[in-house]
Write a protein that binds this ligand. Structure first.
Ligand SMILES: C[S@@+](CC[C@H](N)C(=O)[O-])C[C@H]1O[C@@H](n2cnc3c(N)ncnc32)[C@H](O)[C@@H]1O
Length: 220
């Protein structure tokens, strides 16, 4: 099957492991990738929605029949074995991902793709002792953030800018992130023009994006 660019990026961040779980699996394509490539020995697919889980169970029915994959309908990590090595949680809000981890356990390796509130998720991971080893934005029609975190690993220094925008976006910016920054600056300017007066929140956002854009272009 042809996976979207977003799913291809997520798959490219998954490592070989013994046990893998795809939380909020929906279609199940990422687990299919892990199994097709022989990257995990066993996998659990889970979703809070029975209907969504059924889609993945249908896609992976041969693997389920052979005992390599098990499906579970549950909230977050509640039905996932706590010794699962690598967990993917993608396509949910950052606060939902925080809630899933707070109410579950801390896997050795996480691949996360929050749809919003990424700074809150970064803060939570760092406060929970994780090293965030990959932290960048990519475009697939719209922009997406992806974070990979390890329970054990060298810690990178996160200040306010890294927490807000992502470590790799600040230190090794991609063309996608630069395009996002230019777009946000333009949006802020258009909003200020449309408002016809100063709006402090928009002005602050314009300043923040302009500063990060200027910093990254200086270092290119
Ligand atoms: C937008 S889809 C993303 C599917 C897939 N992970 C992806 O990135 O393409 C979000 C999925 O997460 C499921 N979901 C939302 N909140 C959840 C939770 N707390 N626990 C488990 N699944 C959840 C939804 O039912 C839905 O199938």
């Amino acid at each position: 099957m042809r996976r979207s660019k977003r799913l291809q990026v997520l798959c490219s961040e998954l490592c070989a492991c013994d046990s893998f779980a795809d939380v909020g699996c929906d279609h199940g394509y990422c687990t299919q990738y892990m199994l097709e490539k022989g990257l995990c020995r066993s996998a659990v697919i889970s979703d809070i929605s029975e209907k969504s889980l059924r889609k993945a169970e249908t896609l992976l029915s041969d693997y389920i029949a052979s005992g390599k994959v098990r499906g579970v309908c549950c909230f977050g990590l509640s039905g996932i074995p706590s010794d699962t090595e690598q967990v993917l949680i993608a396509g949910m809000g950052g606060e939902e991902i925080v809630s899933i981890l707070q109410n579950g356990f801390f896997p050795n390796r996480l691949v996360l793709q929050p749809m919003k509130n990424t700074p809150k998720l970064r803060r939570f991971l760092l406060d929970s002792g994780y090293s965030i080893v990959r932290d960048y934005t990519f475009m697939d029609g719209k922009h997406y953030d992806v974070l990979c975190a390890l329970r054990k690993g060298a810690r990178r220094a996160y200040g306010e800018r890294e927490l807000r925008f992502g470590y790799d976006n600040v230190h090794t910016p991609s063309a996608d992130f630069l395009r996002l920054a230019e777009g946000e600056i333009e949006k802020c300017r258009a909003r200020l023009r449309a408002a016809g007066e100063d709006v402090p929140a928009i002005r602050a956002s314009l300043k923040e994006w302009t500063e990060v854009r200027n910093e990254i272009t200086r270092n290119l």
